[in-house]
Design a protein around this ligand. Sequence first.
Ligand code: EPZ
Length: 426
Amino acid sequence: MNKIIVNGGKKLNGEITVQGAKNSVLPILVATLLVNGISVIHNCPYISDVNATIKILRYLGCKVTREGHTVIVDSSTMCRNDVPDSLMREMRSSIVFLGGIIGRTGKAVLSTPGGCEIGLRPIDLHLSAMEQFGASVTTENGFIICSAEKNGLCGTRIVLSFPSVGATENIILASTLAKGTTVISNAAREPEIIDLADFLNSCGAKIHGAGESTIVIEGIASLHSTEHTIIPDRIVASTYMIGVAMTGGKVTFKDVIPSHLGPIIQPLRESGCSIFVKGKNVTVSSQKQLKRIKMIRTMPHPGFPTDAQAQMMALTSIADGTSVFIENIFESRYKHIGELLRFGAKIHAEGRMAVVEGVKALNGANVKATDLRGGSAMFLAGLCAEGTTEITEIHHIDRGYEEPEKVLEILGADIKRVKEYEKTTE
Ligand code: EPZ
């Protein structure tokens, strides 16, 4: 079983660029289905969620090639509209194929995506949106069948009861080639929504207001080929920024989009870090004991991102004072707490609240990655713990971080990935 081993105590110094955003590349790769031709997507990270998405595109009949961080999709050969259970289960966010497939073919058959480590992940908002477009939605033997083959998808006004990122993406994907205009109220405002709209508009789509709560999509007949570069991953950048804060030192993050990092910069400054923004570069440094962060409430963008909650909890574990977390987005996104306690952290969680009493130092421990972002909190804790930390179940981390051990080693960390081959039974 592979694992990551960290010897703590090294400061992070230097400069890095940040990988392309996982939560942008996934919906944009799905959106290439709507092009019915060739799309060239640059800055695609080497992460397993991208591999899983490419597998589904190939299953659907698309020709997909990869040249370094560029993925080229020819969706003109698409010949299926179903995603089997095995592929759906490989990646929880495969539900975003719903909008891409039905938007292209008028029908989509997907196995019901399971829940995952951080929650039940319901899809009621996605399915109700499809019905509002005039599609019929039925379930049969664990499959969801969405069909608008009779009259096609008709643009409409959709009010989201929650600004769901995935539901917003599915509505944009389904409405781009629909008849008429769609208006989304209470849309998600995450930067990845803007990137998706930018990609589709560069293919000739007519999407206005992405990044705001109201998005208007004028359906058009067809899209043309384009090239697109994925935005930098704000959560990966936030993860490493938190790592600099926890270990001290000074790192410049180059070619990021500082406005995407606002929700992280504010609490990091509260903890005593100095953060300097110049153009597309952000420099983080911290030389002294970190201070507690009074309250971290996860909220839809531009609030504090739930995807950085576990990492920020690792930071507050060694801050001076008590910090309070409220996880408002997912109902069970505290699985990493059990593992942080093994480092000697003092954390008490009840329901959506967690109270962190900072300790002077963490001690290296044998821990596991409980989920993608919980796993990143493990290597952050290991970076500043006294002694050695071994992290297993690192396939969770590989879903969203491209070679984190290499990035951190370049910055001065003593960290490596160990491939432990299964012992063959004699
Ligand atoms: C996206 O998930 C991201 N994933 C998540 O990142 C991120 O945490 C989340 O948005 C919130 O920002 C991708 O983009 C691939 P939601 P998504 O729909 O779309 C409820 C990571 O670590 N909800 O905004 O699934 C839901 O239960 C991952 O990179 C419904 O009730 O998130 C949750 O409580 C984890 N009904 C809340 O909305 C629905 O139909 C937020 O979900 C849909 C969602």
